[in-house]
Design a protein around this ligand. Structure first.
Ligand code: SF4
Length: 374
């Protein structure tokens, strides 16, 4: 079938001060975003609070996160975001509703992008003030439309059944984008989010068939970890396979770490992100002689933060361990009262110990040594 979707133009995000510069759209790699889940005002009066946020941002960066959005509901948050943006290389996004002055304040810092909708700001001169400040600073904008923020006339059309909600999303986004076109500003992305997979797909397809504007894709209010993952995976794999989506956010009622890991797994499995550590692990069953779940929980973040391009297998027992994990560069499995470490299916270490706690600690030490030798 002929691909009828337009290739998105490029938008530059970041590159202000020490902030990493990203390019979204065109043939650029697809970036992973998450959203900060706490208030940030404490950083205004506490160096410790600021250091703690910077360290958490670094951890997310290590996991593969490219960009982080922060809610900016008031001026104190805008000031706090400026402060954070001057202490990290991570491109940060200010999420603003209604008050254009918050956007202007954020742009005094090194904020990479503003998420704001022209329709929310009100008067044209306020929209122009934000656009001019972004232009001057080199910051980008994201128009973020969702099914709860339709203008009145579109709500009516949807209610009368004249258009679907997905068409309503695409029409609203096109209208908002039109305002920036009139101001001759093209450094913006668009997102159209619904909480259903079908509406998210339909809206993004409808928009991408008409406009070469890079899309931030996401399913909004996707739900808790499992439900949210399923919805985002279905929507993203469909859209990404069609070449739609320049940046993604897996929205979960869970931690930013889980959102980033999920985004990375989706891109890797869609063949859109190469390298890094791939973890394969067995579900565990009655044959297990090794706490696979505990090991994976303990090691997941560390492994996924490594720059190595390897596969690691974590298997419960020797029956299927080294055999099923043969293609893994490094593997670990239980074998009765022992733990085995193997490379490409060949056993390289056997750790024996009766005390299970000491066995687990010794296995971790041996595993780290073998990992570092790769
Ligand atoms: S590797 Fe062993 S413990 Fe894990 S699921 Fe397979 S048989 Fe069960």
């Amino acid at each position: 079938m002929k691909n009828t979707f337009l290739k998105p133009r490029q938008v530059s995000v970041g590159g202000i001060g020490n902030v990493t510069k990203l390019v979204m759209g065109g043939d650029s790699p697809i970036t992973i975003q998450t959203m900060w889940k706490e208030g940030i005002v404490p950083v205004l009066n506490s160096e410790q609070a600021l250091i703690s946020i910077i360290e958490q941002i670094q951890k997310l960066q290590g996991l593969g996160c490219d960009i982080i959005r922060f809610a900016v509901p008031d001026m104190a948050s805008a000031e706090a975001l400026c402060k954070i943006s001057q202490r990290t290389t991570m491109p940060l996004v200010a999420d603003i509703h209604f008050d254009y002055k918050l956007a202007l304040r954020c742009l005094e810092g090194n904020v990479a992008k503003i998420r704001i909708n022209p329709g929310n700001i009100g008067e044209r001169k306020k929209v122009e003030a934000v656009v001019n400040a972004c232009r001057e600073k080199g910051a980008a904008i994201r128009i973020g439309v969702n099914t709860g923020s339709f203008p009145k006339d579109i709500v009516e059309k949807v209610e009368k059944g004249l258009i679907s909600r997905a068409e309503g999303l695409a029409e609203t986004a096109a209208r908002e984008a039109g305002v920036f076109d009139e101001l001759n500003f093209d450094q913006f992305l668009v997102s159209m989010k619904a909480s259903s997979v079908k509406e998210t797909i339909d809206a993004n397809e409808a928009f991408a068939s008409k406009y070469a504007i890079p899309l931030h894709i996401g399913v909004t209010e996707a739900g808790p970890l499992i439900g949210g993952l399923v919805k985002s995976t279905l929507a993203f794999s469909h859209l990404l396979t069609e070449g739609i989506g320049s940046t993604i956010r897996v929205s979960l009622s869970s931690s930013p770490e889980n959102e980033v890991i999920a985004g990375k797994e989706i891109l890797t499995e869609c063949g859109l992100r190469q390298g890094g550590v791939r973890i394969i692990s067995c579900p565990r069953c009655g044959r297990n002689g090794f706490d696979v779940h505990g090991f994976v929980d303990r090691w997941q973040s560390d492994l996924l933060s490594m720059k190595k391009d390897i596969t690691v297998a974590v298997m419960g027992c020797v029956v299927n361990g080294p055999g099923e994990g043969k293609h893994a560069d490094l593997g670990i499995c239980g074998a009765g009262d022992s733990v085995l470490i193997f490379k490409k299916g060949e056993i390289v270490r056997t750790i024996r110990e009766e005390n299970t706690q000491i066995l687990s600690q010794n296995a971790d030490i041996a595993f780290r040594e073998e990992l570092e030798s790769l």
